[in-house]
Write a protein that binds this ligand. Structure first.
Ligand SMILES: [Zn+2]
Length: 349
């Protein structure tokens, strides 16, 4: 008889096709570990999956959860660098083609055929998850499982701000979209020496903009429908922001980014949106702006972020709004969807 566990399963494409189910504890291969999940973060994409608005290839049924930490319960016979009882977190690329040219270059985050936890293979919103050794990173004793579950979104923000953007100390930085990624990008910009930090949202973001202020934004706009372009034209010398991070992803926010970026400045787009852009790119030409995309993360980014989380130089406490048992998942999904909370973490065990 196979042992069973409770997992949060996405079973169909239709909206709200997510429920707790009894599922078998996974088997592992020679190069895998069985991880006893201690904490798993709820991502914006999990909420999109829940509401049926997530684009891209998804497997059904699949256990959700790609931001997680835990204790190794069992190791495959070829696992060398990890042992039972180790405290770890895991990257998200659960499956990669072994002959991928991008993998050889360390750019496996950009491999189009990679398979992710919670989307293409079973994720961590369950008591156990099967993880290849290649994905694992050790946790310092100073880092709690709950905070370690935020390593993944921190790595997304680190890559966008510290990898794919160029901030010189004192540069002005605007972040559009105060969701978890936008707020973590704000933390990374501050860490990188940003000067004036502006975070932009919409009226539904009022509480998240309050968090933005707690983590170092000097200005927040949008809670009262302020005219953003008008405010920026009266800020400093009036030329705009050195760097604009688009962490929202809709056409209107890229258009806003083009309006408020400084000539010769940079826009980094980390937010997704399926709709056509539907606006002129003339500002990109006229201002000679660099438009940079940023997606996911790789091994050295994880090591840097774990070190920063472990030392406390990245403090995710203001972002980590709620920690609840896995059985209380629905309230977290609903409150993240409405913008009432920034980020929730579920505890399966
Ligand atoms: Zn995520």
């Amino acid at each position: 008889m196979t042992a069973s566990m409770t997992g949060l399963v996405n079973y169909a494409k239709d909206p709200y096709s997510v429920e707790l189910r009894e599922v078998p504890v996974p088997d592992i291969g020679e190069e895998d570990v069985l991880l006893a999940v201690q904490a798993v973060g709820v991502c914006g994409t999990d909420v999109h999956v829940y509401t049926g608005t997530q684009q891209g290839r998804l497997k059904y049924p699949v256990i959700l959860g790609h931001e997680f930490s835990g204790v190794i319960a069992k190791t495959g016979s070829h696992v060398r660098a990890f042992k039972d009882g180790d405290r770890v977190t895991s990257e998200t690329a659960a499956g990669l083609p072994p002959d991928s040219a991008l993998l050889r270059r360390g750019l496996y985050n950009l491999e189009p055929n990679r398979v992710g936890f919670g989307f293409g293979v079973n994720g961590a919103m369950a008591q156990f998850v099967r993880v290849p050794e290649r994905c694992l990173h050790h946790l310092p004793a100073s880092l709690s499982f709950e905070k370690a579950a935020l390593t993944e979104p921190c790595c997304v923000a680190y890559n966008a701000v510290c990898g794919n953007s160029h901030i010189r100390p004192g540069d002005s930085v605007a972040v559009i979209g105060p969701g978890p990624i936008g707020l973590l990008c704000t933390i990374m910009a501050k860490l990188s020496g940003a000067g004036h930090l502006l975070v932009i949202g919409v009226p539904a973001d009022a509480e998240r903009l309050e968090v933005a202020r707690q983590i170092g934004a000097q200005t927040t706009l949008g809670a009262h429908n302020e005219d953003i372009s008008d405010w920026v034209s009266n800020f400093g010398d009036g030329y705009g922001f050195d760097l604009v991070i688009d962490a929202a992803g809709v056409s209107a926010t890229l258009k806003l980014a083009l309006d408020i970026v400084r000539p010769a400045g940079q826009i980094t787009k980390v937010g997704w949106g399926p709709q056509p852009f539907n606006a002129s790119l003339d500002q990109l030409v006229k201002k000679a702006v660099t438009l940079q995309g940023s997606f996911s993360h790789n091994w050295p980014i994880w090591e840097s972020v774990i070190s920063l989380l472990g030392s406390g130089r990245i403090d995710v406490d203001p972002i980590l709004s709620r920690v609840v048992p896995l059985s209380d998942w629905r309230g977290v999904f609903d409150d993240m969807h409405s913008g009432k909370i920034v980020k929730g973490v579920l505890k399966p065990s």
